[in-house]
Every structure is written in structure tokens, then in C-alpha cells.
Design a protein. Structure first.
Length: 334
């Protein structure tokens, strides 16, 4: 079989092969990226792009890597146990693939809303493993071997959805990415979660093994400050949702310091995350609109430069100068 061979098989067959060791020899001799792989959520026609889904399997995959406490992982997964079709160890033996039966979905956005709802129920898997947020409809799984594979052909489809309060759009004829947030219309936890999701989507510095880093917490705190979230609410949210067991009790103190520092150092940014301030992120539907946006954006960059040069703290000044350089790069894209 060559690396380009493609076959259509059902997931029960994949699970049977995994349990019986059909790929055991390959797993022991080949690098991971040379192992056979499969798409969990369906069959894709032509290129394996998400919008090329041809047949839906009504199955969603959760990837749990580098678990440190398998009992803890299973305890969390018990919350969605009736919906689990199968789970088995990864090729390395250090992770789990969890296949969850889901309701029929209408397109990629609906699939992501189901994934979001499941992710929220089991997100504290991060306390025992590295549990990445990977809501890709076309995500590939490498084959593995697990004689103890679990399968439940009577799994009950998961039907909940979580409404996603924002979306990212790219307007035709412009390379500016307009982040359309309804943050102003959200309150309390909904508002915080929306800001968190955007920051998490942009930050690749979360940390190893699903454990948050100090500088990642600093960044999230700054975004929550920009979103005009109360400082104490920001602290409570981060402590509740992001725990680093490696640091124990020290982590609580460290998070508190990160939040205080961000809210003190970036007090002038409080509330400026709102898209209409200080720059109007309107839809660009014509050349006239684009030119107006360019003028407004250039004026905003000028104000940023003036503000940065007026700071006395050289460390903060150096950091914010990088931000200005980034803004100028965006301006050149327009």
C-alpha cells in the first residue's frame, strides 16, 4: 500500500483493527507521520477540506495527550459516558482518542457549536493531561494499537450546542480581518468567555501539557482589562478555569500578581477592546469605504506612536513599539 492509497471504511472496522493490532508492526517501526491515518467525522470528496464533507459519520474526536492521571481523565469523561462511542490509546501510548457520538449537524459552524458544548463539559481534562481545543471537522487521526479499546455501539448522540458569540470574516477585496464581536451586548461570564476564546485562538503560548504559562495569563488578563471586565471577576475566572497543578498553591499567588500587574500597567487600555473605539472596524464594501478605513487607521496608528513615545518605562515602551510595527503592517495590507 502506497502513501497515497485511500480507502473508505467504517469506524467500527477501524476500532476492530486497532484492538486486534492490524497496524502494530507499523507503529513499532515507522515514525508517526508515516503511519496510516483516517478522518473520524466523515468521508471527504477530493481535497480534504472541511467544506468537502460528502458523508457524515456523526462522530466527533477528542484528543487527549500526555495524560498524567488516567483515573482523573476517566473521571472527567464519565460526564459524557453515555455519548462515548469508543476510546483507545494513541500510537505513543501516552494519549487517548475519544470518539463521541453526536447529533446530525448542519455545516461546519453547527459542528463547532457541538464541539464547543462538549469541550466546556470536559475542559478540566487539562488538570490531568494536555487537552487541546481542536474543533476541526476534517481532523486526521493516526492509527494505533490498544487491546483494551472500549466500544459502545449503543452510544447516545450528543445534541447540545453552544452559541458562538463572535465570528471572524474576511471581506472580499480586502485583507483586513474584521473581528466582529458582540462583546458589548454580552454581560458577566458570557462576556468573559467570548474574550477568552478570541485570545486563546490567537495565542500559541498556552504552555506544555495543557498547563497555562505565566506570560499567557498576563496576556489574557490584559485582554480582559481591554474588554472592561472587572478585575476581581477576571481573577476569579482565571483561577476557576485555568489551573497549573505543577505550581500548586504558588499558582494562586502568581495568577493574582499577573492580573494586578496587567490591570495596573494597561489601565489606559481599559474598555478600548470594544471594536468601535478608537478605530471603526466597519464592513468594507466599496473602494470608498476602504479609503475611509485607511485614513482612520492611519490616524489611530499616529496616536499610538505618540502615546508610546511619551512613556517613561523603557521595557513597556519597547513592547508597545512592536505593536505599532504590527499595526503598520496591517495598514500596508489594506
Amino acid at each position: 500500500m502506497s502513501s497515497t492509497d485511500v480507502y473508505i471504511v467504517n469506524l467500527k472496522t477501524v476500532c476492530t483493527f486497532t484492538k486486534e493490532g492490524a497496524w502494530k508492526e507499523k507503529i513499532n517501526t515507522l515514525p508517526k507521520d508515516q503511519l496510516p491515518c483516517f478522518t473520524v467525522s466523515g468521508v471527504f470528496k477530493g481535497a480534504k477540506a472541511q467544506d468537502n464533507l460528502e458523508t457524515n459519520s456523526n462522530i466527533l474526536s477528542l484528543d487527549i495527550d500526555n495524560f498524567t492521571n488516567l483515573d482523573g481523565v476517566m473521571g472527567v469523561l464519565a460526564r459524557i459516558r453515555p455519548h462515548i462511542y469508543s476510546y483507545f490509546k494513541s500510537a505513543s501510548g501516552k494519549g487517548l482518542c475519544v470518539l463521541v457520538a453526536i447529533d446530525d449537524f448542519d455545516g461546519i459552524d453547527d459542528f463547532k457549536q457541538i464541539y464547543e458544548a462538549i469541550y466546556d463539559e470536559v475542559r478540566d481534562l487539562n488538570e490531568h493531561s494536555k487537552f487541546d481545543y481542536l474543533p476541526n471537522l476534517n481532523r486526521l487521526r493516526y492509527v494505533s494499537y490498544d487491546p483494551d479499546l472500549y466500544i459502545n455501539e449503543e452510544a447516545v448522540p450528543y445534541t447540545k450546542r453552544k452559541e458562538i458569540p463572535y465570528k471572524i470574516e474576511v471581506k472580499e477585496g480586502a485583507k483586513l480581518i474584521n473581528i466582529k464581536l458582540e462583546v458589548n451586548k454580552l454581560q458577566g461570564k458570557d462576556r468573559i468567555e467570548a474574550i477568552d476564546k478570541i485570545y486563546t485562538g490567537q495565542s500559541g503560548n498556552f504552555g506544555a501539557n495543557g498547563k497555562p504559562r505565566h506570560d499567557w495569563v498576563l496576556g489574557l488578563s490584559r485582554w480582559l482589562c481591554r474588554g472592561d471586565v472587572d478585575q476581581q471577576d477576571a481573577l476569579s475566572y482565571i483561577l476557576t478555569n485555568y489551573h497549573n497543578p505543577d505550581r500548586g498553591a504558588v499558582w494562586t499567588s502568581e495568577v493574582g500578581r499577573c492580573v494586578r500587574d496587567s490591570y495596573r500597567n494597561y489601565a489606559t487600555e481599559r474598555g478600548t477592546y470594544v471594536p468601535t473605539k478608537p478605530f471603526d472596524y466597519r464592513d468594507i464594501t466599496s473602494a470608498t469605504d476602504l479609503e475611509q478605513v485607511r485614513e482612520s487607521f492611519l490616524a489611530y496608528i499616529g496616536k499610538e506612536e505618540e502615546y508610546v513615545e511619551g512613556l517613561s518605562d523603557e521595557k513597556i515602551k519597547s513592547f508597545l513599539r512592536q505593536k505599532v510595527v504590527f499595526l503598520k503592517t496591517i495598514y500596508r495590507w489594506l
